[in-house]
Design a protein around this ligand. Structure first.
Ligand code: GTP
Ligand code: MG
Length: 201
């Protein structure tokens, strides 16, 4: 049998947005609540099937803390794909994602496939995110709203509307997905969507 095609994928993004958690979910289908920050970078591999071929993803999970910023070029150099991750409950993390995307434009492989990934989707409250679909009498607090208020007390409600991130991603010609490493939503999709866009010829 033919050797699997090897693909280098790098994850970039502000500290604590959930890069390592996305990789852990994808590779081991697991999640831990209090994951320790990555030091330097971590490496994992995972095979994916695409049509009739098997691809081996070599995944470089970088450390988001600023003191490790200077190491990043080692990991995105020669990468065929990058996941630039932000946390939908932290607006500053989208700004950081945008600066990573600019750095990749300047310094990475010009053919690199980039996906903008909004993680921690499980913390978004459907009631506040889609007000148009809200129902019920005026002045009557629904249970969904009470839930949203609880999220706010913990400081963990959505700060980045989906459409804001999506339109930025479209303007930059990037893939865009929202994910939850906690529930697994969108995680396999984000890794398979990037492999579909890589030019394997
Ligand atoms: P650095 O390695 O420091 O760059 O951080 P990181 O981006 O790898 O983040 P990490 O995966 O370590 O996750 C940071 C914290 O967020 C941990 O406590 C995770 O449990 C939590 N977390 C990660 N993903 C999710 C998610 O999808 N939902 C929720 N609710 N929490 C998450
Ligand atoms: Mg990490």
């Amino acid at each position: 049998p033919a050797k699997p095609i090897q693909i280098k994928v790098v994850l970039l993004g502000e500290a604590a947005v959930g890069k390592s958690s996305l990789v852990l979910r994808f590779v081991n289908d697991d999640f831990v609540e209090n994951k320790e920050p990555t030091i330097g970078a971590a490496f994992m591999t995972q095979k994916v099937r695409l049509d009739d071929s098997v691809l081996k993803l070599d995944i470089w999970d970088t450390a988001g803390q600023e003191r490790f910023h200077s190491l990043a070029p080692m990991y995105y150099r020669n990468a065929q794909a990058a996941l630039v991750v932000y946390d939908i409950t932290r607006a500053s993390s989208l700004d950081r994602a945008k600066s990573w995307i600019k750095e990749l434009e300047r310094q990475a492989n010009p053919n690199i496939v980039v996906a903008l990934v909004g993680n921690k989707l499980d913390l978004a409250s459907p009631a506040t995110d889609t007000p148009a679909e809200e129902e019920g009498e005026e002045g009557e607090a629904s249970s969904a709203n009470e839930e949203a208020n609880n999220d706010e007390e913990e400081g963990k409600s959505r700060q980045v509307p989906t459409e804001v991130a999506r339109s930025y991603a479209e303007s930059m010609n990037l893939l865009f997905l929202e994910t939850s490493a906690k529930t697994g939503e969108g995680v396999v999709e984000v890794f398979t969507e990037i492999t579909k866009k890589i030019d394997l010829s």
